[in-house]
Design a protein around this ligand. Structure first.
Ligand code: MRU
Length: 355
């Protein structure tokens, strides 16, 4: 795996800025951005220069540490915290669906709240964002191990959007088992949905897999049915942005269609994600907020000229919810949850809290 794929979000050498690989430029250009202001950080997340549920959590944690350093040293502890809460709220509003963003910011705020003086606060905040990043690497590795146990050498795997190293910190979630399998000599055949409208599957997933030496075939989203019908797919692996307590899982728009096709063809459909993506406060998928994005992404973004009349209405939800009845298993860093998810997801949290 190319080294930068595992280090595409990090603090600058002097720790006063966040450095990200601009994912909107891939696969054509490798361009890094340095983020210093809250506005730059918000825009980077909103415009998907940094993206993928776990990755925006990691990035936001670094963001908050950098912003904390900029706070006036003369601020009282209470004022410092209130400023930090305000900045966290602003960053959290950049994208509503992936719960990891809010989760990482809350974790940083909680850390700041339990600190005495300013110097202490900055050093514990630095430790905390680095810990969030490090833990994500370990979580992905564990998810990869569990995910690998679900498939065998030579299998065809279909994936949607991008849940690889670029969407996390290393290995990825849905792509983790494929990279781990590759290290162990497995030969998978991966079908990557291009993932309209922003083409994360084409621009990022096929890029990561191809660079990682894994056999990948890029398909348009509307080809998934045929590929499954041909018998070329033995399992579907997708990531997630938020999983509700009953197992309903929000992921990139189009994921639920893949799940319905998989059910039709009798192919197991797995959702892979860390426990930081599971939101037990959402009872069902109905409670998950779905981000609506600019119609320009459908009509113009990747075309030399507009592909629809300006007056044509667009509906551009960034995510959809896959009903839990379509999901064969939810793979977390603590193990594989099976239906009924209300019980198995809670059990995973019990395991997590038991240490
Ligand atoms: O809009 P994006 O590109 O951030 O959407 C990303 C996805 O839907 C991923 O599948 C999800 O965040 C899981 S990433 C491990």
């Amino acid at each position: 795996m190319s080294e930068y794929l595992s280090d595409h979000v990090h603090l600058s050498d002097d720790g006063t800025a966040v450095v990200i690989l601009d994912q909107t430029q891939l696969p054509n250009r490798t361009q890094y951005l340095t983020l210093r202001t809250a506005r730059e950080m918000y825009d980077a997340i909103q415009s998907l220069q940094v993206r993928g549920a776990p990755c925006i959590g990691i990035c936001a944690a670094y963001d908050l540490y950098v912003l904390a350093q900029q706070a006036d040293a003369a601020l009282s502890a209470a004022d410092f915290l209130s400023k930090l809460r305000e900045q966290a709220k602003y960053l959290a509003s950049s994208r509503p669906t992936a719960v990891n963003l809010r989760w990482a910011l809350d974790r940083m705020l909680h850390t700041a709240e339990h600190c005495a003086d300013r110097a202490d606060r900055l050093s514990v905040l630095r430790d905390e964002c680095l810990a969030i990043h490090k833990e994500d690497i370990a979580m992905c590795r564990s998810i990869a191990e569990y995910g690998l146990s679900l498939v065998k050498d030579g299998d065809g795997i279909l994936t949607h959007c991008n849940a690889g190293p670029l969407a996390t910190s290393r290995y990825g979630t849905a792509l983790g088992p494929l990279f781990l399998g590759k290290e162990r000599g497995y030969k998978f055949h991966v079908f990557s949905d291009e993932t309209r409208p922003l083409l994360q599957g084409a621009r990022l997933t096929s890029y990561e897999l191809s660079r990682g030496g894994i056999d990948v075939t890029l398909i348009c989203d509307n080809m998934a049915s045929l590929v499954m019908k041909n018998g070329w797919v033995q399992a579907c692996f997708v990531g997630c942005d938020r999983v509700a307590a009953n197992g309903d899982a929000a992921n990139k728009i189009g994921t639920s269609g893949v799940a319905i096709l998989a059910k039709h063809y009798g192919i197991p459909f797995y959702v892979l994600g860390p426990t930081s993506t599971i939101d037990l406060n959402c009872a069902t998928g109905e409670d998950i907020p779905i981000e609506q994005r600019d119609p320009e992404e459908i009509k113009e973004k990747f075309y030399a000229e507009p592909m629809a009349l300006p007056e044509v209405k667009c509906y551009n939800p960034a995510f959809d919810v896959t009903d839990h009845t379509l999901i064969s298993g939810i793979v977390t860093e603590y193990g594989i949850c099976r239906p009924p998810y209300t019980e198995s997801l809670r059990a995973v949290f019990d395991k997590k809290h038991a240490g």
